[in-house]
Design a binder for this molecule. Sequence first.
Ligand SMILES: *Cc1c(COP(=O)(O)O)cnc(C)c1O
Length: 315
Amino acid sequence: MIELGQIRTAAEKIGGMIHRTPVLTSERLGRIAGCRVHLKAEHLQKTGSFKIRGASFKILQAVEEGAVHAVAASSGNHGQAVARAAAMMGLRATIVVPEDASPAKIAAIKAYGGQVVKCGRTSAERIPEAVRIAHEEGGVFIPPYDDEFIMAGQGTAGLELVEQVPSLDAVFVPVGGGGLLAGVLSAVRQLRPGVRVYGVEPESADDTRRSLAAGERVSIGPSATIADGLRTSIPGELTFPILKSELDGLITVSDSAIRDSMAILFEATKQVVEPSGATALAGLLSENAHGPGKEAVVILSGGNIAPADYARLIR
Ligand SMILES: *Cc1c(COP(=O)(O)O)cnc(C)c1O
């Protein structure tokens, strides 16, 4: 696990750079779920997702070691988070994106002051390019999840939600590479050992479910799930051991259940979330074990989605 002390250090150091996001409740949502539901609103976080937490802590660490340039490989929320966190600390940021990245995503990275480099279509092409740029241009590579500082930074969401909902008995967290889950799980387990923590992933990107069943990291083929932040094909080398030893359960959900959750969030709470951000709620709604009298916290991990895509998905 990530030590509680390290997560607390992250919270102290990044506190001025991020929002302490609110926790929202909805009686209507509670009736649908059959238990009390609290939504940890990371879609209202700076840059629109929790990824600014880990990126800020990792970059801060790099600054203390003398870095002046941050490099990442991501067209999505991680790229925006690294661009924004680097700008806040006065570093240059270079973000390597796929050739076919959407103009909106590229514009968002540039708006945060990041420089965009296009390379290939797959992460297998982008990551070595980012590492090369970092190496040749005196930069530091900022990984999206498989890093102790990133996990500790993401874990600060866990510190907050335990304080915000003292009576919680379960937490539902979406899983891509597992950085958010490993960090939140570490925080919650050490502060509140009796609270159950569940990971939720799309059924077509179920690398974590398969890996847990096999007892070792298993890789899957590419997934086309609408939850684009959760399409990783293998759990992280550092995230997986934490999930393997500590996780209470892993739930998989269909894309159609994710769409339903987006629509329910819109109707019952007026919150706009992206598919990855609605996945943990889909997990809670599919989990029968969580019944009356129970109190669940669901992490809404992000809200970055183009209006046309949102309209199409909640239709
Ligand atoms: C990155 C991301 C996730 C998954 O986080 P991991 O740390 O890779 O498991 C979930 N939701 C959103 C919105 C994301 O951007």
